[in-house]
Design a protein around this ligand. Structure first.
Ligand SMILES: NC(=O)c1ccc[n+]([C@@H]2O[C@H](COP(=O)([O-])OP(=O)(O)OC[C@H]3O[C@@H](n4cnc5c(N)ncnc54)[C@H](O)[C@@H]3O)[C@@H](O)[C@H]2O)c1
Ligand SMILES: O=C(O)CC[C@@H](O)C(=O)O
Length: 528
């Protein structure tokens, strides 16, 4: 079956070419759909590709039976309900780098248009008015540009503004005075930026914390005659407060590429001569659209064909070299989680994961996610994945703890997973053996050596002559062939464990029959 990729906003042809080169994939352009049409179309889609226009709501996500990935050709993902996607195990990817340059250039264009009143003068001239007095501007040189949000675009704007010989003062929660110094700009708190800037440009995402960041109070703190640029997101500015500040003469001008409600046609801000505006054109260049479309289509293909994405939004992204080092452990971790869940009937309250040896020094979060995915899949099904595993565990009140230890029991790497229920603790440890792959090397306190694959029968029994024989004949009666077998014991005549790999799945009644043997305390059939 071919993957169905649904594209609901315009996407550059270079991105489409990436999709076309992929076998077993069909893409469908369906722009300008009504909400109801979209709800129907999404039902069969494996991937959804959007820009900023399509509203990817919880309702839409919940109507999608097959959806695995949502690709945003651009940076901002405020049109996508990320929580709803995460809950459903749908990965969201974006293209954060492709339009940085264009958005920074558009910001500079807006800054210069604003300072020299170019759109107003142009409009007036087109209306046969030759008015030179009305359109006197101000220079940028030696003025202070306040930047709120010094991420990718903010930093590019800072660089360009310095080229205009402006003083740049920025605030960003990740900016230190030392870093600012290194960039040749001034560090300021939000208050300092508001107090000192002649022009203020915003480059944050729209978040709970940034919603109406520029509000009535913020405008009050600004210099009289300040000019505002917003090429980030509508909603970061309280539009009513901006409107009033312009009417009062506190704000001399505003250049807006974005507004809270888009698309916008009749907005009272647009009636003010001090406001210049563009219809969300920050990323609208040939180059940016090509970049973001190619990046996001590439990620969608990688993900659908089992690879690792470059720009996940609801999963932390990892540098390639880090990923290369830890990826081999994902399989081991998932198998250990899956093994362990077969050993208990109780509700799991806690999971302790111990990273030892060379594992103690790596990025462990993705390995933890795979462990938890292995644990949950048996009861929750295949919709558990890397994206939602931790969320689903948390929803069920399972506490996950990561620990780093130096105990390696002679292995260069050792991953130990322990589950705690209200009655017991069970654990399993595994390692990656150089050239030999994954091995389970310990179950509870017993040493074993088992490849985590296929059908495993784990027996806890009393160490006594004849038990192995009895068990072997029972399995023979069920026509179950034993492929490998190991035994370990706590002490002579004490508790012991038997690990067998067998050629077929054990039915419940067969397992029951084994448990009837008086020396057998526990029998678990584990299918990995
Ligand atoms: N107009 C357009 O077409 C267009 C194009 C591209 C990006 N954008 C928008 O531009 C914005 C910035 O994009 P980016 O790629 O630079 O993102 P980015 O993630 O690289 O940078 C955002 C920065 O904002 C900072 N930030 C977060 N909360 C803050 C706060 N309360 N105060 C100050 N700083 C805060 C972050 O620390 C980060 O450094 C986003 O909203 C994005 O959607 C718009
Ligand atoms: O899709 C667009 O053109 C806008 C993109 C832009 O707002 C972004 O956040 O990347």
């Amino acid at each position: 079956m071919a993957f169905h990729v649904l594209i609901t906003d315009p996407l550059s042809k270079e991105g489409i070419q990436v999709l076309e080169q992929q076998e077993n994939l069909q893409y469908e352009f369906a722009t300008d759909l009504s909400s109801d049409e979209l709800l129907t179309k999404i039902e069969t889609a494996d991937a959804l590709l959007v820009r900023s226009q399509t509203q990817v709501t919880r309702q839409l996500i919940e109507s999608a039976g097959n959806l695995k990935i949502i690709g945003r050709a651009g940076v901002g993902v405020d049109n996508i309900d990320i929580n709803a996607a995460t809950e459903r195990g749908i990965i969201v990817v974006n293209a954060p780098n492709g339009n940085t340059n264009s958005a920074a250039e558009h910001t500079m264009a807006m800054l210069m248009a604003l300072s020299r009143k170019i759109p107003q003068a142009h409009y007036s001239l087109k209306n046969q008015q030759w008015d030179r007095k009305k359109y006197v501007g101000v220079e940028l040189k030696n003025k202070t540009l306040g930047i709120i949000g010094l991420g990718r675009i903010g930093a590019e704007v800072a660089y360009r503004a310095k080229g205009q010989r402006m003083n740049v003062m920025a605030y960003d929660p990740f900016l230190t005075p030392e870093k600012a110094d290194h960039l040749g700009i001034d560090y300021g708190t939000v208050k300092e930026v508001l107090n000192k800037a002649d022009f203020i440009t915003i480059h944050t995402p729209l978040l709970k914390e940034t919603k109406h960041l520029l509000n009535e109070e913020a405008f009050r703190q600004m210099k009289p005659g300040v000019q505002i640029i917003n090429c980030a997101r509508g909603g970061i500015i309280d539009e009513e407060a901006l409107y009033q500040a312009i009417l009062e003469g506190k704000v001399a001008g505003a250049a807006l590429d974005v507004l809270e409600e888009e698309p916008f046609h009749h907005h009272k801000l647009l009636n003010l001569p001090e406001v210049v505006a563009t219809p969300h054109l920050g990323a609208s260049t040939v180059e940016a659209q090509e970049n973001v479309a190619v990046d996001v289509c590439q990620d969608v293909i990688w993900f659908l064909t089992g690879g690792v994405v470059q720009n996940p939004v609801n999963l932390p992204s990892l540098p390639k070299e880090v990923l290369r080092r830890i990826e081999p452990y994902f399989h081991l971790a998932e198998k250990l989680g899956s093994f362990l869940i077969h050993l208990t009937q109780d509700v799991i309250e806690e999971v302790n994961i111990y990273y030892s040896g060379e594992l103690a020094g790596v990025e462990t979060a993705p390995i933890t996610r795979n462990t938890v995915k292995g644990l949950l899949t048996r009861h929750l099904g295949d919709h558990v994945n890397d994206v939602n595993a931790l969320y689903l565990a948390e929803k069920r009140g399972i506490h996950i703890h990561e620990n780093r230890t130096t105990t390696t029991k002679g292995f260069t790497n050792l991953l130990t997973v322990e589950i705690v229920t209200n009655t017991e603790k069970r654990s399993v440890a595994g390692t990656l053996l150089n050239g030999l792959g994954a091995r389970i090397v310990q179950v509870d306190h017993y040493s074993v050596d088992v490849t985590p694959k296929g059908h495993i029968l784990m027996i806890r029994h009393q160490d006594k002559p004849g038990v192995i024989g009895k068990m072997g004949s029972l399995l023979a009666q069920f026509n179950i062939n034993i492929a490998t077998m190991q035994v370990d014991r706590a002490q002579v005549g004490g508790d012991a464990v038997m690990m067998l790999t067998v050629d077929k799945h054990l039915e419940a009644k067969e397992l029951e029959a084994l448990k009837q043997l008086e020396e057998i305390h526990q029998a678990n059939a584990i299918d990995l």
